[in-house]
Write a protein that binds this ligand. Structure first.
Ligand code: AGP
Length: 603
């Protein structure tokens, strides 16, 4: 998933485009490039690797031109090379693209049969080639785009410039997000409002199928049937300030440390501290008492937050929940009965699979609710109800503070559901809300143990395989712990429901395999400890995560004793720190791990 930017400016735009791309680098950092219209036609600069490589190239070889487009790449088709880096130029056309052109092979064969010569391995080049062919046959840029859009299948957000057309930029969206930024005598295109925040907060989001003809003073928008349409302009809250690391070595370290504060912010939105009651800032357009079922769909870490919520809704509100990964929900075509609620969980609010699952559930007549960290995201705009997490911008690709804030928001929803369905007494609600209110303090306590956790992490760093075990609410946390270690340290790790071990995975156990056991002193403690003993009996190297009163004969990381209801929140900190310190010890790129991107806007 790439980041794209376009500017029709009054001054040379190359540096401004790099400034905007800096805010999109979380989307992909395989390569970056800028192209502008100059007196000699189309000029571009591209560099493999981090955006700073492009910035250094531009410092050595500045790019003139007041009309330009730029791109930061997450490679889907074609290796990570300068040749495959965007922008792609063919004839009088230059294109940047986020998404996947699924029928690019068919189009490429047709173009090659027509004499076209391809220079890259990318799917995107077919767009530039098709446009160049239309224009070489006399079509105007606008007509060329209209003709080409009809030929493309798949997901795309595009920004296009045309030689000799300094007052023209065309953008198109089908899937990945694209926004227009309105300036004073300047106009912008960007993958999101955050990228355009340094220039304007007046934003118009394109909808699927839209394309826009932009000049310095206006934007004409057309829908998929090429009918002129009006899309609302909104005033974005996105900050123009680039988030900085402060005194932290990595954004991830800062974001882990911010958790007590930001879950406090999220609690403040959904909890009446004095009454120890959940109170929603807006009335929900449905009543939990009238619901028969909840479907939760999300990806990655957000899916694990959804899985924890399944346990909460089923236990507290006696409401059946199907929690599944979004890429399966969208194609499984599960029959969703009426009186159902679909909850999607997402940091970015733009993850393609989760967005598609939301649209599927909506089409199945479900109420829709999005738990998102980006209030202006597509999921927020397309859901009936938006439950914001107040984690603030999360820059580290590995999701940490948004995970725990998602848990807080989902916990409040489960408590409200219990009250509305009469399965949770006022007294019990006060107890659970009290437990939530105590978590920032308890997390602060756990964070103080970082040095000790880092020591254990350094031992883990030498392993080839690591296992995480948990039961009940902490089974999803075992999955999350394994995901964090995988994506940050590149060590193979698996999370298992502790009870599942003896049905196969225990065969992997020997003295080379560390096993992280998540065992708060809850109703499943003894069961989990028995599973831990089975592992110890086979020489597994145990690391036990437990509370003050836990088992003492193994390497132990202690978390303050708390109500079992909030254990996924508290035990998130040590599993995040284990992964973080293993990665630091191994010297991997903590904030931008290889092959990953923060927002996955393609399938
Ligand atoms: C988690 O650390 C990863 N960044 C990834 O699994 C992420 O959770 C997933 O891509 C979902 O992203 P979203 O929350 O923005 O939808």
């Amino acid at each position: 998933m790439c980041g794209i930017v376009g500017i029709l400016g009054k001054e040379p735009v190359a540096d401004s485009i790099v400034e905007a791309l800096r805010r999109l680098e979380y989307r992909g950092y395989d390569s970056a490039g800028v192209a502008t219209l100059t007196s000699s036609g189309i000029e571009r600069r591209r560099a493999v690797g981090k955006l700073r490589n492009l910035a250094e190239l531009l410092a050595r070889a500045p790019l003139p031109g007041t009309s330009g487009i730029g791109h930061t790449r997450w490679a889907t088709h074609g290796g990570v090379t300068e040749t495959n880096a965007h922008p792609h130029v063919v004839g009088d056309v230059v294109v940047v693209h986020n998404g996947i052109i699924e029928n690019f092979r068919t189009l490429k064969d047709e173009l090659i049969a027509g004499g076209a010569v391809f220079t890259t391995e990318t799917d995107t080049e077919v767009v530039a080639q098709l446009l160049a062919r239309e224009i070489s046959q006399g079509a105007s840029p606008r007509d060329a785009v209209k003709a080409v859009l009809k030929r493309l299948q798949g997901a795309f957000a595009l920004a296009m410039l045309f030689k000799g057309e300094g007052d023209l930029m065309i953008g198109a969206r089908n899937g990945p997000p694209l926004a227009i930024g309105h300036g004073d005598g300047e106009m912008f295109l960007g993958s999101d409002a955050i990228a355009l925040a340094p220039f304007t907060n007046r934003i118009t989001y394109l909808e699927d199928g839209d394309w826009a003809v932009v000049s310095h003073n206006k934007a004409e928008i057309f829908d998929a049937e090429n009918r002129p349409v009006k899309r609302p302009m909104s005033f974005s809250q996105a900050s123009s300030l680039l988030v900085d690391k402060g005194n932290y070595r990595h954004f991830m370290a800062k974001e882990i440390a911010e958790q007590p504060e930001v879950i406090g912010h999220t609690l403040a939105e959904y909890v009446d501290f004095a009454e120890r009651r959940v109170r929603m800032p807006q009335a929900l357009p449905f009543d939990f008492a009238k619901l028969d079922r909840i479907t939760i769909a999300a990806c990655g870490t957000a899916a694990y937050a959804g899985l924890v919520a399944k346990y909460w809704f089923e236990r507290i509100a006696r409401l059946p929940v199907e929690a599944d990964i979004a890429s399966e929900v969208r194609y499984r075509e599960a029959p969703l009965l009426k009186n159902g609620l679909a909850i999607v969980v997402s940091q970015s609010g733009e993850t393609a699979d989760t967005l598609a699952a939301l649209r599927y559930c909506k089409a199945q007549g479900q109420h829709t609710l999005a738990v998102v960290n980006v209030p202006e995201s597509t999921m927020a705009r397309e859901s009936e109800t938006v439950i914001r997490t107040f984690a603030g911008p999360e820059i580290g690709v590995a999701s940490t503070k948004t995970f725990t804030c998602q848990l807080v928001a989902l916990a409040c929803l489960a408590i409200l559901a219990g009250r509305q369905r009469g399965t949770l007494s006022a007294e019990a609600e006060r107890e659970l809300v009290g437990a939530l209110i105590a978590t920032p303090r308890q997390m602060t306590e756990t964070l103080k143990d970082e040095k000790h956790i880092a020591e254990i992490a350094r031992e883990l760093a030498g392993s080839r395989d690591v296992m995480f075990l948990g039961r009940g609410l902490n089974y999803p946390l075992a999955l999350e712990g394994a995901l964090k270690l995988k994506e940050l340290s590149y060590i193979h790790a698996e999370g298992y429901a502790a009870g599942e071990l003896k049905h196969g995975p225990i065969a992997l156990i020997d003295e080379t395999v560390p096993v992280i056991v998540i065992a708060p002193h809850d109703e499943l403690y003894e069961k989990t400890i028995s599973n831990m003993e089975e592992v110890a009996a086979r020489g597994g190297r145990i690391v036990l995560l437990t509370d003050d009163h836990g088992h003492k004969s193994f390497r132990t990381i202690t978390v303050p004793k708390a109500n079992a209801f909030v254990s996924p929140l508290l035990y998130a900190v040590p599993v995040q720190l284990l992964a973080y310190h293993a990665a630091v010890f191994l010297g991997t790129d903590v904030d931008q791990p290889r092959n990953l991107a923060k927002s996955v806007t393609v399938e």
